[in-house]
Write a protein that binds this ligand. Structure first.
Ligand code: ADP
Length: 399
């Protein structure tokens, strides 16, 4: 079975064609600058690649037609005909109060995603265009499945979900913690259970990329997660604020004259590591700046690592114990010093990191704690695309 996984961002569309017989990817790529001008680049597992900087695309539906061309024609052709694709799995950022599991796409699912656009104004409209792009290419012959980023978190108890907001408003606007990165945390939990040979685990899962979240998981079920109504909550990220005293927001709004829309844009795009350092949102640029002695880059790093440690500590309390901690995504998979810094300050939990293994682990799944560590610590090479393809397969097989 071949499954095409589609991930529509606000101005990008990432794709990956996966052979589910061996769970290996066959081809992948990304369309960028959608609605601006349009570029597409891609590669194949057997080492071919292409790049087209002149690919005008007005929306994700048009971007999708470039993807189909890339898979069936030219230097990165991997299939003769689109009929070789058995199903499409879409990553959907916000399933809100309407979806708590993956769903086969039909008109009511599309309407539901539309209804939730207020909660994910950049992403949900793009997902709908991606789905429409698929319908225009495949008609109704190829099943499409939506895998929602918040679905895995829907099991959280009310005390973790409900904010200190008047309950009438919570109910009226469905204003609760939904979380995000659920597909990644689910993959991480499954990998840790596989590595430890048991799934009755108290796990703190840290997905730390440009966007970042930490999740408390018990026996495979989410108990709490750091992202909230939207991905802004939690700890500082590349460009997002993370949790703030709410009066910081109203105070700055008044002082700077920001409208609610501007405030949301600024909190999402100009705060966090970028805002503190004034250098960049990208961890590699921060590493370079820290080496060059840039004080604000160093401050942003210290804040990020301190906040991660605080979240882990609070989730150990939420879980009343911890068996394993996992680090995943772009920054945590590739930055041994972050893992060491965070874990060395959690020594009261009996955590011991194997320094040599930690320093040699980049982007691969590995245990980095010593055998006598009281808590097992892992780096997990997270794979959201594969998880989406697995959930898509599960639904499609039953049709
Ligand atoms: P997202 O999916 O949220 O965009 P990723 O999980 O791809 O995020 O992570 C992107 C982050 O990972 C960037 O800050 C980038 O600098 C960092 N990163 C990627 N590769 C490395 C590396 N080799 N060393 C350090 N940081 C890295």
């Amino acid at each position: 079975m071949k499954i095409l996984v589609v991930n529509c961002g606000s101005s990008s569309l990432k794709y990956q064609l996966i052979d589910m017989d061996n769970e290996q990817w066959i081809a992948k790529g990304v369309c960028e600058r959608i609605k601006v001008d349009g570029t597409i680049k891609g590669s194949t597992a057997d080492g071919r690649s292409f790049e087209n900087d002149n690919a005008p695309m007005n929306d994700h539906t048009q971007a999708f037609s470039y993807v189909m061309k890339a898979l069936t024609q030219g230097e990165c052709k991997v299939i003769d005909d689109i009929s070789e694709i058995d199903a499409v799995g879409h990553r959907v950022v916000q399933g809100g109060w309407l979806f708590n599991k993956a769903e086969l796409v039909d008109d009511s699912v599309v309407e539901g995603i539309r209804e939730l656009c207020d909660l994910a104004p950049l992403h949900n409209p793009a997902h709908i265009q991606g789905i429409e792009g698929c319908f225009s290419v495949f008609g109704k012959d190829v099943p499409q499945v939506c895998v929602f980023d918040n679905a895995y978190h829907s099991t959280m108890p009310d005390e973790a979900k409900v904010f200190g907001v008047p309950y009438e408003l919570t109910e009226k606007y469905h204003c609760i913690r939904y979380g995000a990165h659920g597909t990644s945390h689910k993959y991480i939990a499954a990998e840790v259970a596989r590595m430890m040979g048991r799934d009755d685990l108290k796990l703190v899962s840290c997905h730390i990329g440009n966007g970042a979240s930490i999740t408390a998981i018990e026996n495979g079920v989410v108990r709490d997660t750091s992202m909230g109504l939207t991905p802004l909550d939690g700890f500082i990220m590349g460009t997002r604020s993370g949790s703030l005293d709410p009066s910081v927001v109203t105070y700055l709004q008044e002082k700077e004259g920001w409208s609610p829309k501007e405030t949301s844009e600024i909190l999402n795009k100009k705060f966090g590591v970028l805002g503190i350092s004034g250098v960049s949102s990208d961890e590699r640029d921060i590493q370079k700046a820290v080496t060059e002695g840039n004080e604000r880059a160093l401050l942003s790093r210290k804040i990020q690592r301190y906040q991660i440690r605080k979240f882990i500590g609070s989730y150990v309390a939420a879980l009343d114990g911890v068996d394993a901690i996992a680090f995943a995504a772009g920054i945590a998979e590739n930055t041994p010093s972050l893992r060491e810094d965070v874990c060395n300050h959690l020594s009261f939990l009996g955590i011991k990191i194997d320094e040599a293994v930690n320093n040699a682990t980049f982007g691969e799944t590995k245990k980095i704690s010593t055998d006598d560590s009281k808590v097992a610590v892992f780096v997990i090479a997270t794979n959201e695309e594969l998880m989406i393809a697995r959930e898509t397969k599960q639904i499609v097989e039953k049709l």
